[in-house]
Each structure stands twice: as structure tokens, then as C-alpha cells.
Design a binder for this molecule. Structure first.
Ligand code: GLP
Length: 266
């Protein structure tokens, strides 16, 4: 794993934006894997700013989001489709028909299973994901792959854990229906991406970050599965990195990498 520790949340967003723009500018038909949650909002703001400054165009891009709540409409204020439209798609030149968020409005298991299979098939048809953006849940989840999710899992129905429901409660109005199930890309689907970039910021994520990077490979921390991916970058602010035992070593690695690429290695 490449672990990058940056001074602020803003730097984390800038780094992630550079990586996304690099994929867009180097691939003919770039396929992005996108995430929701509060962490990537700053990334999306930065991408919108770069699009407005004419530094990047998303005209050729295709996107696949990680997950969607089951049982609410696409147009629901709290759906991940709405989130993506509001934070990114409505403000850039990506064709909406090229943006994919799992279709999970139905509460019928057969319809949902078919939707999950179709989602996997469309990722394949698009040629697979070039760069998958991820956040991390307080309990180490990626997408909505909760603890004990199989490392081989594909897009499927997942019941949310109590802690995830509690963490996401802040987004729903008092008394409003809050979904407890989601359709999520699996850990196996995520590991198929050609590269993974996980962003984590803030002290609250420090435990999960430590378990992901330095803990054992365990279904109890779904993000630890990223240890198996050969092209994973974890980009952190100082707070999210605060519990890492080998923090100095990761910073040393980055310094040496920089010197190597700049030709100033001594
Ligand atoms: C949600 C999403 C995840 C996200 C996580 C953390 O439940 N399904 O994809 O990474 O929560 O969100 P936040 O960035 O708001 O902490």
C-alpha cells in the first residue's frame, strides 16, 4: 500500500483530484469508480472548479458509484444518485447516461438481485474501473461492505450495521424513513479495479485507518482487503493518520519516492 499523509483535508482533496484528472487525461475511455459520504465532497468541489477553469473535461468519462440505499427513489433527497448529481454530475460535462449508481428503489429481492447482476455486467462492458475512489466507515467498511463481508463478494444486497445506520442518521430528517439495506459493489468488485484511492480525514477515522493498513487481513475490517490490491493508495490527513505505528516510515517512503522521480536521490 502507498500511504500518503498530508497536512490538511484540503491537501487530501487536491491529491485525489490530481489522480482523477490524470486518469481522465491519460485514458481514451476513462472509467471512474465514485463514492459518496462527506469525505469526497471536497474532491468533487475541486473537480468542478477544475472543469470550470477548463482544465479538465469529463465528456469521455464513464462512472460507477459504489452503492445506493434500498427502497428510496432516485430523486429522494438522501439517495446517493441525488448526492452525486448535486455534488458533481450537475456541474460538469459528463453525460448523465454515462453515470451509473446502483438501481435500488425496489423492495423486491428478485428485482434487486437482477439489478446487482446487471450492475456487475455494465462495469465489465465498460472495460472495468480505472480508478476507484473510496472513503472508509467508522467500522472499516468500504462501500456498504460491512464487517464480515466476504473478500470475494460482488454487487449485492447488504444489511447495514447498527453503527452505520447511526452514523448516517444525521442526513435524515427526524421521523423520516431511513433505509437499513443497500445495494453495494462487493469487496471482490472493488479489488477488480485497476487502481484504488481511499481518502480518510479526521480523528474519528484513525482507528479504522490503523486497522486497514496495519491490522491483520480480516473480514472484521473490510478495508483491510485493500492490502491485497497491488495499486492501492491511502491518502490521509494528519488526524486520520494519528494512530499509525509506522507513520514516519510512510513519510520517509514518500520522500524517497519523490527524490527518485525528481532525480535528486542521494
Ligand atoms: C457511507 C458510504 C461509504 C463512505 C462512508 C464514510 O456509509 N457508504 O462509501 O465511505 O459512509 O462516510 P463519511 O465520508 O461521511 O465519513
Amino acid at each position: 500500500m502507498q500511504v500518503i499523509i498530508l497536512p490538511s483535508t484540503h491537501d487530501v482533496a487536491l491529491y485525489a483530484a490530481d489522480r482523477v484528472v490524470d486518469v481522465i487525461n491519460t485514458k481514451t475511455n476513462p472509467v471512474l469508480g465514485l463514492a459518496t459520504g462527506s469525505t469526497p465532497i471536497a474532491l468533487y468541489e475541486e473537480l468542478v472548479a477544475r472543469y470550470q477553469a477548463k482544465q479538465v473535461s469529463f465528456r469521455q468519462a464513464v462512472s460507477f458509484n459504489l452503492d445506493e440505499y434500498i427502497g428510496i427513489t432516485d430523486s429522494h433527497e438522501q439517495s446517493y444518485r441525488t448526492f452525486m448529481n448535486q455534488h458533481l454530475f450537475d456541474h460538469i460535462d459528463i453525460a448523465k447516461s454515462n453515470t451509473h449508481v446502483p438501481l435500488a428503489e425496489s423492495k423486491d429481492a428478485i428485482v434487486l438481485k437482477k439489478s446487482a447482476q446487471d450492475y456487475e455486467a455494465s462495469i465489465q462492458q465498460a472495460g472495468g474501473i480505472d480508478l476507484q475512489i473510496l472513503g472508509i466507515g467508522l467500522n472499516g467498511h468500504i462501500g456498504f461492505n460491512e464487517p464480515t463481508s466476504s473478500f470475494a463478494s460482488r454487487t449485492r444486497i447488504k444489511t447495514l450495521s447498527e453503527s452505520t445506520v447511526a452514523a448516517n442518521k444525521r442526513f435524515f430528517k427526524a421521523g423520516e424513513y431511513q433505509p437499513q439495506l443497500a445495494l453495494t459493489m462487493g469487496i471482490g468488485s472493488i479489488l477488480d479495479s485497476r487502481a484504488v484511492l481511499l481518502m480518510a480525514t479526521g480523528k474519528a477515522k484513525a482507528e479504522a485507518v490503523k486497522a486497514m493498513i496495519e491490522g491483520p487481513l480480516s473480514a472484521m475490517c473490510p478495508a483491510s482487503a485493500l492490502q491485497l490490491h497491488e495499486a492501492t493508495t491511502i491518502v490521509l490527513d494528519e488526524d486520520a493518520a494519528s494512530l499509525l505505528a509506522l507513520k514516519d516510515y510512510y513519510q520517509w517512503c514518500e520522500l524517497k519516492r519523490q527524490q527518485l522521480y525528481e532525480g535528486s536521490l542521494t
